[in-house]
Design a protein around this ligand. Structure first.
Ligand SMILES: NC(=O)c1ccc[n+]([C@@H]2O[C@H](COP(=O)([O-])OP(=O)(O)OC[C@H]3O[C@@H](n4cnc5c(N)ncnc54)[C@H](O)[C@@H]3O)[C@@H](O)[C@H]2O)c1
Length: 416
């Protein structure tokens, strides 16, 4: 089998520079790497990963290898791989199968990773784990555990668990507090501003429709409002809709919201959030961008069917002309816009998420044989350790409870 498959190995030195810069902004993960180098907690372990192949992922891969693991890696989205980073990893000896614009061979690359017979799976969206269950069932007894990076992946794996189809233990890395509360909220929030801002589009005075009011979308709503946009939220969950109302947003059904929209951002993990009937009602010039994991939230199929003309007006921005003469602009072919346009979250954010990934790999090894075939939350201590380490690297000190305070907060007898 080929040891790697990337776009162009000559991009390696550019990729090395890019990884170097990410590393300078990922001090928590680098600390873990230094400890892993001494202790080798992952010695002899093969890790199969399906992640967005970004500079930050490269820092995670280096950390896992420093811990003694060998790593095989594929991209977790057809448009999210940074080709220079993939080339740099291949040069370092990582079995990487990833390149940008890989729609056709996406699953081939996942299969190549599984050919290494991994002991641990690290996934983003659950395609690697689901492929193992559907095509490589002989590997399942060997897998000590898997880790899932995103909400959509965790939802898929929980659905597998409910149907009795999950045959390996999985840790929902996405659900760690230091992941969801920061990566999803601040990472995606800034991703909206940076990805759409890169088109030099003004937010101030525009009407932005944000679909969903979950972790990602609340970050998107806050940041859009911060730039002066009027934000409308759409929801299906009454509690989250109420939260949006109390946070001061207008909440409308999508059917009504589209009439006012200048930009529409989706991040629901659901499909067909914006479809043909909505496109027909939109004003001229509306920008459509999806930030949810799969390219099913804005119906690209409907857009293709409806449009009379389509042309690429700049990198990953497609103009669709509708029969009524209006033009709609779709970012990144409806795939995760922040990954397609920007290359993903800022390194400081991925420092948190990938520290949880590294420590969870160590946790799985330490708990070898003890985990059941179900979806686990991240071990609470990992959350606390990562947050504490991150604060330390930021030079921020916090208070700690005195013995007296500790016994007070733990005592039920003391009241009024
Ligand atoms: N772009 C990124 O970098 C990035 C980062 C993290 C997560 N994600 C992805 O973003 C998506 C959302 O993640 P999250 O953590 O915010 O999930 P979440 O579960 O916290 O939020 C999703 C929200 O969308 C709402 N919703 C579902 N269907 C809807 C519909 N049809 N219309 C309106 N609202 C609807 C839900 O009620 C929920 O409140 C997932 O696909 C996740 O994998 C993307």
């Amino acid at each position: 089998m080929t040891k790697f498959k990337v776009k162009d190995t000559r991009l390696a030195s550019q990729g090395e520079d890019s990884i170097y810069l990410a590393e300078t902004r990922m001090p928590t993960l680098v600390r873990i790497r230094n400890r892993f180098e001494d202790e080798k907690p992952l010695k002899g372990i093969t890790i199969g990963a399906c992640l967005h192949v970004t500079r930050e992922t490269a820092v995670l891969v280096r950390t896992l290898r420093a811990g003694g693991a060998s790593v095989a890696l594929s991209g977790s989205n057809p448009l999210s791989t940074q080709d220079d980073v993939a080339a740099a990893l291949a040069k370092e000896g990582v079995n990487v199968y990833a390149w940008r614009e890989n729609d056709k061979e996406y699953y081939e690359c996942i299969r190549s990773v599984l050919d290494y017979r991994p002991d641990i799976l690290i996934d983003d969206g659950a395609d690697l784990i689901v492929t193992t269950h559907s095509e490589k069932i002989d590997l399942l007894p060997k897998v000590l555990g898997a880790q899932e990076e995103t909400t959509t992946g965790v939802n898929r794996l929980k659905a597998m668990q409910e149907k009795g189809a999950l045959k390996i233990p999985v840790v929902a890395v996405n659900n760690a507090k230091v992941k969801t509360m920061f990566d999803n909220v601040y990472g995606t929030g800034q991703g909206v501003v940076a990805a759409i801002g890169a088109l030099n589009v003004l937010f101030a005075g525009k009407t932005v429709v944000v679909a969903g009011y979950g972790y990602c979308s609340r970050g998107m709503a806050t940041r859009s409002r911060g730039l002066g946009a009027n934000v409308i939220v759409t929801e299906v969950n009454p509690v989250r809709a109420l939260e949006a109302v109390m946070d001061g947003y207008r909440v409308l059904p999508m059917d009504e919201a589209v009439n006012e929209a200048d930009m529409i951002f989706t991040s629901t993990g659901c499909k067909d959030v914006v479809t043909k009937s909505h496109f027909k009602k939109m004003k001229d010039g509306v920008i459509l961008a999806n930030f949810g994991h799969f390219n099913v939230e804005v119906s690209v199929k409907d857009l293709e069917e409806l449009a009379t003309e389509k042309r690429r007006v700049r990198g990953y921005v497609d103009e669709y002309k509708l029969p009524n003469g209006n033009r709609l602009y779709l970012i990144g072919e409806g795939r995760l816009a922040n990954l397609v346009v920007l290359g993903g979250h800022p390194s400081e954010i991925m420092d948190l998420s990938f520290s949880v990934q590294a420590l969870t790999s160590e946790y799985i090894i330490k708990n070898r044989g003890k985990l059941k075939n179900r979806v686990y939350e991240v071990f609470e201590q990992i959350d606390e350790d990562v947050a504490r380490a991150k604060l330390e690297t930021m030079g921020i000190k916090i208070d700690s409870l005195s013995d007296e305070q500790l016994s007070y907060v733990r005592d039920f007898k003391l009241g009024t």
